[in-house]
Design a protein around this ligand. Structure first.
Ligand code: PMP
Length: 444
């Protein structure tokens, strides 16, 4: 038994599956892959072996692990007493930076997880409009709160037009508050908003659907959502928990020049510490208590450790040339992977936007248009899981999920090593390896 198996065996007695979050099971291996420490672009297993990290704390470590300025910020928070249920000027300083860079944000609030933050945004939209229904899109993930956990990655037969809870344990009546539609379907959204617009509080989406394979909005689709929601008095909410800061400080809304009414931010902004944000237009945010009746309160909201880390995060991303360097490397990496696949005669490609990307394996990679979740259901999950397991044999850590990323800590040397590792892993997969005991079919 190696150290990983030993820990898994002990941890499983206490933590279901041996993990603190179900998504941390590596389905290529059939068990968790434990990490003893992380630094910059690397993670280290329990035996100290080094891997280039393409998981990056599920997207929370855009600056790489333990960026020195983030560490300094955290040290400052420690000196100030690690306080969490108090306010000081650092909250306002960070809020100013966010409001200056994220187009839709005039006012905001800080929370912990993305799951709770998207839930708050929905409650605010309902309070603001006095309406109940929320439109969401199949394959768009917004965390496991009870309002939005529908049609995340439904199995065939459970897909739209069926509305399928993504988790058990939610009361059936909650389903009555949600309308699920396919992403990038111009007709369906027009039909829904024109027939039921007066009942709809909000339309929420991942403006780039990383959680189903980095599916981009079709030209004109975000514009259409913006026009229809404005016409109907519903709020347009961009869930940028994952997409935020991947393309620039203005997030996806800045890249596509579409300003929603509200947005949520999370993951990257905390520099690896737990911080999320919901914010938006003043007229909507003025409905948050004590100005209005939408409640938002919590002991850990805006805890100083995360606030100081996020202030440092902002200082780093606003440095001149930060995004040119990051996005330049990402582009070269995506081209490099695609070149390897063509050279090896492997049917696949990378689908990337900014600093996050997905692998498409098999015939889906050759589709000329990928509009929504159902277009990607045939991605070859079993093969992907074998590839992720093979990457571990070649010094690259890719978690078994639908999106992966690069950080600004990845150097040109790291990119070269990663491409070598990916090429070796693809060769191993093409030769029939490696054997995995993971669940071959499911992406999760
Ligand atoms: N929204 C999106 C778009 C996400 O990608 C995620 C997490 N992957 C969440 C919400 C939930 O965030 P958290 O894991 O912090 O609860």
């Amino acid at each position: 038994m190696n150290s990983n198996q030993q820990l898994w065996s002990t941890a499983s007695q206490l933590l279901p599956g041996g993990v603190c979050s179900s998504a941390r099971i590596n389905s290529g291996l059939g068990h968790p892959f434990y990490i003893s420490r992380a630094a910059g672009s690397k993670v280290y297993d329990l035996e100290g072996r080094e891997y280039i990290d393409l998981c990056l704390s599920f997207g929370a470590s855009l600056l790489g692990h333990a960026h020195p300025q983030v560490v300094e910020g955290i040290e400052q928070a420690v000196e100030m007493g690690i306080m969490c249920a108090y306010e000081n000027e650092w909250h306002t300083r960070l809020a100013e930076k966010i409001a200056e860079t994220v187009p839709c944000i005039d006012m905001l609030r800080f929370s912990m997880s993305g799951t709770e933050t998207t839930g708050y945004a929905i409650k605010l939209a309902r309070e603001y409009t006095g309406r109940t229904f929320v439109v969401k899109f199949e394959g768009h993930f917004h965390g496991f709160n009870d309002y939005l956990a529908y049609n995340y990655w439904p199995a065939r037969g459970d897909t739209w037009p069926q509305v399928t809870p993504a988790v058990q344990g939610m009361p059936d009546y909650l389903q009555d508050g949600v309308i699920v539609l396919p992403f990038n379907d111009f007709e369906r959204i027009e039909e829904t908003l024109s027939e039921r617009g007066h009942e709809i509080a909000a339309v929420i989406l991942e403006p780039v659907n990383y959680n189903s394979g980095t599916i981009l909005p079709q030209p004109g689709y975000l514009e259409l959502l913006r026009r229809l929601t404005t016409e109907q008095g519903a709020l347009l909410i961009f869930d940028e928990i994952l997409s935020g800061y991947r393309t620039g400080p203005g997030c996806i809304q800045g890249s596509y020049d579409i300003t929603p009414d509200l947005c949520t931010l999370g993951k990257a902004i905390g520099g690896g510490t737990p911080l999320s944000v919901f914010g938006g237009k003043r007229k909507a945010m003025e409905h948050v208590s004590p100005l209005g009746k939408a409640q938002h309160s919590g002991t850990f909201n805006g805890g100083l450790v995360a606030i100081m880390a996020a202030n440092a995060f902002y200082d780093v991303i606003l440095e001149e040339g930060y995004y040119d360097a990051l996005l330049g490397r990402c582009g070269r990496f995506y081209e490099g992977v695609n070149e390897i696949m063509v050279r090896l005669g492997f049917v696949g490609r990378v689908q990337g936007k900014g600093a996050r990307f997905s692998f498409l394996f098999g015939p889906v990679a050759e589709k000329t248009s990928i509009k929504n979740y159902q277009d990607l259901m045939d991605n070859e999950w079993g093969l992907l899981n074998r590839f992720y397991a093979a990457c571990l044999n070649h010094g690259v850590y890719v978690h078994t999920m639908l999106h992966h990323g690069l950080s600004s800590a990845h150097t040109d040397g790291d990119i070269a090593r990663t491409l070598e590792g990916i090429e070796a892993a693809l060769r191993e997969v093409m030769a029939g390896g490696p054997a995995t005991d993971g669940s071959a079919a499911a992406p999760f």
